[in-house]
Design a protein around this ligand. Structure first.
Ligand code: GLA
Length: 732
């Protein structure tokens, strides 16, 4: 068991391979947080808590004569409300009497083998290889009878602790849940902490940003109805001296695809508190007596070995414990996507021409993107009508797929199920299925409206209509897109007092639809997309083994994109394509960058020269060779593209350290500049590796400490791929 309850100290201690986590049932049954960090064996770390009379901080009623007991100055596992803790709170609730109190005291606990399950939301799971235990701790407010159950999943080998929360209304009246956070992590001393987040925008997702915690509330959130391009539901807290290779860092990420909130407060006493959960913006969920609300899961980890170690923990976890698709570890074909090749201007003849040219490039899968359905000649019409456009696909879908299969390619197709165009048969038949506030013209974005996924009839329509297409031909792949943020949040089916539930119910509806489409098609490879990487989050990755990184396919921009994304997500999830963007950069360098991802093409193959086709064939051969190391190996960031420098480099190392691929792009050539070297990481220092580009054997130690000299007399944007293969042990 990795979870221990010490009856004398009344502490719960959770152990993973390299970390420990401790909490304690303290005086008056308040649940205090004592520790999260490197493994330790102390049964009770209560000694760290010092209590003073803190003015203006308030004492709960039972401590009215003990002024040193104030929840404002004590580390907690889940906060109370209106009990004298004025920091950011785990919960906000309006009780049936209109008051805002929640005074949760420890009631009971259970420890079980295996991983707990959530009923309404996706969550991580244990495989046969894992030892996982679960802990449930119930807190109760004795007056309102509201119960909060804290769920913990301890993945021992993986070094991951998951948390989730259930709120149950055991009272007699209706309550309003206005804020619910899935995790609360308190630090008695947060004065030297820094916060890292991944921010972005359309076309420039997941930029790495790091700053010192100062005395206020740092908020990282999305209120756009999806996890968004602008912020990713991921936060790291680290020390000032933390680097890629050393130092403390904590990670937290939310398994949820809607509005999220992460808050970090550094308070008056230099205590820090991290909260993460559903965004409370326009959130007001009614719980009638006996109703239960589930808050999504957070995946937490800690390491004292720096960012690389933290990323490896998450990468392994995403590859093993999040997505059940057989494609997570299976073959992912090299694809060609038609979007940037033709946009809406294609027909079956053009597709066949592209497929024939692509076959010569070594491509394995052809994806027909937007424009094949309804009356979709541009982006003003057709969304919602998931039937083939006979003007473009004159031979019918089944026949088209057969012809593409005959050329030797698998076939993939694009959908945007959550949206509707006003110029569509669906909208004409069901205008009330689109989210619009009665009497207010709805906000347009890409001239489309959002379907009300809270409605069961809408969910059923989407499951049926998408499945009908998927089952009508030999479809190998589906790209699931969503191309606008959610506004005009209103459901015709819900009464006025429940409109504050719509954002969350939308996501619950979405997950039900995904269950009905993705889970019923285990042989289809699904790729998520939201105008590029706008909803690239752990919730989506429980369904989709890969996600389109960005609509920006410029290779130099993508160096930053891959860098930022890699802090949390493994390379095998990152959709990356070679495109026509940046014509001044060679197709070889474009491919080098796209191999830091699922690798494919997004260009008109019929326009490539013979020489370029031959180069693509070479790249495809290389990628097939390197794919196992890139997808299954450990990923190392060798440079930081956000810092000025002349080279951008990254590396994959197979788990057994016997093989590695180092990729380098020369992003700037300083005139008469110094010789530059790229230092490898993660190799066995005592082994010799054959380095193909240098045609020589070099020890792991030399590769990691002297490095590889990168040639200078070359054009800018030249790239290099060094393949390293273990040859022999050193002679020492
Ligand atoms: C989004 C996607 C693109 C493409 C278009 C089609 O922008 O990110 O890859 O599928 O939609 O409309």
């Amino acid at each position: 068991m990795s979870i221990y309850y010490n009856e004398v100290a009344r502490t719960f201690t959770l152990h993973t391979k390299h970390t420990s986590y401790q909490m304690k049932v303290g005086p008056s049954n308040y649940l205090f947080h004592l520790y999260y960090g490197p493994s330790m064996t102390d049964p009770d770390l209560d000694y760290q808590i010092m209590q003073y009379d803190r003015g203006f901080s308030g004492n709960p009623y039972e401590y009215r004569n003990k002024r040193t007991f104030s929840l404002d100055a004590l580390p907690q596992e889940f906060t109370t409300l209106q009990q004298g803790d004025f920091r950011i709170s785990s919960i906000e609730i309006s009780n049936s009497d209109g008051s805002y109190s929640f005074n949760g005291h420890f009631k009971d606990y259970t420890i079980t083998k295996g991983k707990y399950k959530l009923d309404t939301l996706p969550s991580s799971f244990a495989t046969d290889r894992d030892t996982v235990d679960s802990l449930e701790i119930t807190l109760e407010d004795e007056i309102s009878k509201i119960e909060v159950t804290l769920l913990y999943g301890v993945f021992e080998e993986a070094d991951i602790i998951t948390r989730a929360v259930k709120v149950r209304n055991n009272g007699n009246g209706r309550i309003h849940l206005k804020k619910i956070m899935s995790t609360c992590l308190d630090f008695v001393n947060g004065s030297d902490l820094e916060i890292v987040n991944l921010h972005g925008r359309y076309g420039q997702e997941r930029n790495f940003e790091r700053q010192r915690l100062t005395h206020h509330i740092h908020t990282i959130s999305s209120g756009r109805g999806s996890s968004s391009h602008q912020q990713n539901p991921f936060v790291m807290l680290c020390k000032e001296n933390t680097t890629e290779d050393a130092g403390d860092c904590y990670g937290a990420t939310l398994v949820y695809s809607g509005n999220f909130l992460a808050e970090v407060e550094l308070d008056q006493y230099n205590q820090a508190r991290l909260l993460m959960g559903i965004n409370s913006k326009q959130f007001n969920f009614i719980l009638n007596p006996k109703d239960v609300f589930e808050a999504p899961e957070v995946l937490m980890t800690f390491t004292d070995l720096g960012f690389t170690s933290l990323s490896h923990t998450y990468h392994d976890f995403f590859r093993q414990n999040m997505c059940e698709s057989k494609f997570v570890h299976g073959e992912r074909p090299i694809l060609i996507n038609t979007w940037e090749a033709t946009f809406f201007d294609f027909d079956d003849t053009k597709l066949i021409e592209i497929a024939k040219a692509a076959k010569n490039m070594g491509v394995e899968l052809m994806v027909m993107d937007d424009g094949w359905f309804g009356d979709r000649m541009d982006d003003n019409a057709g969304l919602g009508d998931w039937v083939v456009n006979k003007k473009k696909i004159r031979c019918g879908l089944n026949e088209l797929v057969k012809q593409i299969n005959d050329i030797g390619l698998k076939f993939g197709i694009w959908f945007e199920p959550e949206m509707v165009s006003e110029d569509s048969d669906l909208y004409r038949a069901h205008p009330d299925w689109a989210m619009q506030i009665p009497g207010r013209p709805a906000v347009r974005s890409r001239n489309q409206l959002v379907l009300d996924l809270t409605r069961k009839d809408v969910q059923d329509y989407l499951i049926e209509s998408v499945n009908a297409v998927l089952d009508s031909a030999n479809i190998y792949y589906m790209k699931w897109d969503v191309n606008r943020s959610v506004t005009d949040i209103f459901s015709n089916e819900l009464p006025p007092e429940q409109q504050g539930e719509v954002y969350h119910r939308y996501i619950l509806g979405l997950y039900r639809i995904l269950d009905g489409i993705v889970k019923t098609h285990p042989d289809i490879l699904f790729e998520g997309c939201s105008g590029g990487g706008g909803r690239y989050d752990p919730g989506m990755l429980t369904y989709f083994p890969q996600y389109w990184n960005s609509d920006n396919t410029k290779p130099i921009d993508n160096l930053k994109l891959h860098y930022g994304t890699s802090f949390l997500y493994p390379i095998c999830t990152m959709g990356a394509h070679v495109s026509e963007a940046n014509p001044n950069i060679s197709i070889t360098t474009k491919a080098c960058v796209a191999m830091c991802g699922t690798f494919g093409y997004e260009l008109d193959a019929t326009k490539l020269s013979k020489k370029e086709i031959a180069e693509c064939r070479r790249q495809s051969r290389l990628f097939k060779k390197y794919r196992p190391i890139i997808f299954e190996g450990d990923y190392y960031r060798l440079t930081n593209p956000f810092h000025p420098g002349n080279l951008s480099a990254w590396q994959s190392v197979s788990k057994d350290k016997k093989e590695s691929l180092i990729s380098v792009v020369v992003t700037n050539l300083t005139v008469n500049g110094p010789q530059e070297y790229i230092l490898a990481k993660g190799l066995n220092p005592d082994w010799f590796y054959y380095v193909d580009q240098l045609d020589m054997e070099i020890s792991g130690s030399a590769l990691m400490h002297i490095g590889i000299p990168i040639p200078r007399e070359i054009p800018e944007y030249t790239s290099f791929q060094y393949h390293l293969k273990h040859k022999r042990k050193s002679n020492k």
